[in-house]
Design a protein around this ligand. Structure first.
Ligand SMILES: Nc1ncnc2c1ncn2[C@@H]1O[C@H](COP(=O)(O)OP(=O)(O)OP(=O)(O)O)[C@@H](O)[C@H]1O
Length: 210
């Protein structure tokens, strides 16, 4: 998915979180969205995903040269973030069946294959509520990485992952990113090392102390 941001700005009450952001995000590109805690990384991802309205400027989306209205963006979006909750009252298999009715997996990736990829074979019939925080994070990431969606947004993807989990993320993002537009917010250099492009939110905050 190609995304054009033109003069994009977002303000909460009197504070501009970012302003004057003009940029094109192209299919096949991976952009690290960087900034200190509270800089506005998540706000920017939520604005680009169409979940928050920009205060000024515009966003336009296209797929294969065809314009996509903002209300259709969620259909084409896979998003993993600490503030997006899993349905914890379901077992793993129940959750996967439910989730993939709305957000199908990439062709050739079955539910069973995804369970194996996430190293959750032993947890098929366990309630997600009982998962460790690292297991929940692998589940969130597995659902996003292996979704059949051309826009992939990853907010602090290695949160709660140990060194093995972080290496797992790095391997699977490389395996699944081809042709997609990837935006990843982070403070951890290892998790955005694969991104060729960087966007520093502070560069779009003329009024805020850095
Ligand atoms: N709904 C909201 N209403 C008002 N202010 C908000 C809202 N959401 C976020 N903010 C403020 O916007 C600023 C940016 O927050 P945001 O969560 O985007 O930062 P971040 O860079 O993702 O931070 P972190 O690295 O801590 O996750 C913060 O000052 C936050 O308090």
């Amino acid at each position: 998915m190609q995304i054009e941001a033109a003069g994009l700005g977002k303000r909460f009450q009197r504070d501009w979180i970012f302003r004057g952001l003009s940029r094109t995000f192209r299919p096949g590109s991976a952009t690290a969205v960087l900034g200190a805690n509270g800089a506005g990384k998540s706000t920017l991802l939520n604005t680009i995903s169409g979940q928050l309205l920009p205060t000024e400027g515009s966003l336009s989306y296209s797929l294969g040269g065809r314009a996509v209205p903002v209300e259709e963006v969620p259909r084409h979006l896979a998003y993993a973030a600490p503030y997006l909750e899993l349905l914890e009252e379901l077992t793993l298999l129940e959750l996967l069946r439910f989730h993939t009715r709305f957000k199908p997996l990439q062709p050739g990736c079955s539910l069973e294959r995804l369970v194996d990829i996430m190293y959750l074979q032993q947890a098929r019939h366990r309630l997600v509520r009982e998962f460790s925080s690292g297991m929940k994070q692998r589940l969130k990431l597995g659902l996003a990485l292996y979704a059949d969606a051309p826009l992939l947004l990853l907010d602090e993807p290695t949160t709660n992952l140990d060194a093995t989990g972080s290496a797992w993320f790095e391997e699977h993002v490389r395996l699944t990113r081809a042709g997609r537009t990837v935006l990843l917010s982070s403070n951890v250099p290892a998790e955005y090392a694969f991104c060729e492009d960087q966007l520093r939110v502070a560069d779009y905050q003329p009024d805020r102390a850095r």
